[in-house]
Design a protein around this ligand. Structure first.
Ligand code: FE2
Length: 372
């Protein structure tokens, strides 16, 4: 198991590099219900960037914008637009995690560094992964709390909040983080997570499971064996027209995070709240629900199909249980990153029964953009 090689306690944070961190933070607060809790920038002695650290339940997102046109943040934004830079893992020993990963073939990004300030001690190290994305290993020795985050995020940050509290929307934690990689690269990155991180394969979807008349993709899901970390890896497969993965790769300028799945215990309440704040979701035709009524075993599903249909929430069922899910449209100018909202009832799947309806919906949007 991976614990022998590299124990991971969970996601520590997701950092986004964006064109305007003030407005991104405001959007995630107003639309998604995140709360600002820490900040770094010129006022805290950081000259080249500003970062807003936001949280909701166990989710922690950081939005970083550049103050220097020649900085790495600016270059990242020029190439990729707004997107995920860092999928950071909390580990018990960041130096050991870095050593294990780089010994097993990972490219170093940042050598281990221990930082002490008035609020505790943190050790940070980072490795490169697909594209310009990195994994930071975060070791907190009483710094900023564990699962329940305190107001102290990382050295360099100061506690900060807005006067008006935001209403949470019920989003709780990261269920999975999906990346898109180039044609032929899925196995390379699956091997990376197996060899470097000690992950194992949870699921594999091939192109005849994930295809429509137009496009196809293949996907492997790597996980830590315990369910804390699940990382599906997509690559495009040959289709009649440009696949949604190729559209992503074209507009993101290479591989990167395609979507983050955020878990809720009340998807009806969460999606109703998100619709009220203006989040736009992919839609499926009404015939999808006619099909569901027949296809699924509703004696084993404790959810009201009419309520789900009204909000456009999708349902999938397998031997272990069922799941409810819905997908947003892209949340920045480029057709790249989007969100999945998911509520699980026993199922450990990813909604394979919904892939066809979903991809047809994505293709309708691609067609509107002239990218099909
Ligand atoms: Fe997903």
């Amino acid at each position: 198991m991976n614990d022998d090689v590299m124990p991971i306690e969970g996601y520590d944070y997701i950092e986004f590099y964006v064109g305007n961190a003030v407005q991104a933070a405001h959007y995630y607060a107003t639309a998604f219900g995140f709360e600002l809790f820490a900040y770094q920038g010129p006022e805290t002695g950081v000259r080249d960037r500003v970062s807003f650290a936001m949280q909701q339940d166990r989710l922690r997102f950081v939005f970083t914008g550049s103050l220097d046109p020649n900085s790495a943040v600016s270059r990242h934004h020029l190439t990729h637009g707004d997107g995920v830079r860092d999928v950071a893992f909390r580990v018990p020993d960041a130096s050991a995690a870095f050593r294990a990963a780089t010994t097993r073939g990972a490219t170093p990004h940042r050598s281990p560094e221990t930082i002490v300030d008035d609020h505790g001690t943190v050790t940070l190290a980072a490795i490169k992964t697909y594209g310009d994305t990195i994994h930071t290993f975060v070791e907190r020795t009483g710094y900023g709390g564990g699962e329940a985050y305190g107001e102290f995020f990382l050295p360099g940050y100061s506690p900060r909040s807005w006067e008006t509290p935001r209403a949470p929307t019920g989003l709780k934690y990261i269920d999975h983080v999906v990346c898109n990689v180039g044609l032929g690269d899925m196995d390379t990155w699956a091997r990376f997570y197996a060899d470097v991180m000690g992950f194992t394969q949870l699921a594999h979807f091939n192109d005849d499971q994930i295809s429509t008349d137009f496009t196809a993709l293949m996907s492997k899901v790597l996980w830590d064996g315990e369910g804390r970390i699940k990382l599906p890896i997509n690559e495009p497969a040959a289709g009649k027209k440009k696949s949604q993965i190729e559209e992503y790769l074209d507009f993101y300028g290479g591989p990167g995070v395609q979507h983050l799945a955020l878990a809720t215990n009340d998807i009806v309440g969460t999606v109703a709240a998100l619709r009220t704040t203006g989040i736009e979701f992919l839609t499926v035709p009404g015939t999808y629900y006619d099909d569901l009524r027949v296809r699924l075993d509703w004696t084993r599903i404790n959810s009201d199909i009419d309520a789900l249909a009204e909000l456009g929430i999708l349902v999938d069922q397998d031997d272990e249980g069922y799941l409810l899910q819905i997908f947003t449209k892209p949340v920045q100018d480029r057709p790249t990153l989007f969100y999945e909202i998911i509520e699980r009832h026993g199922s450990r799947g990813f909604g394979v029964g919904n892939f066809k309806a979903l991809f047809e919906s994505i293709e309708r949007e691609q067609g509107r953009r002239g990218n099909l």
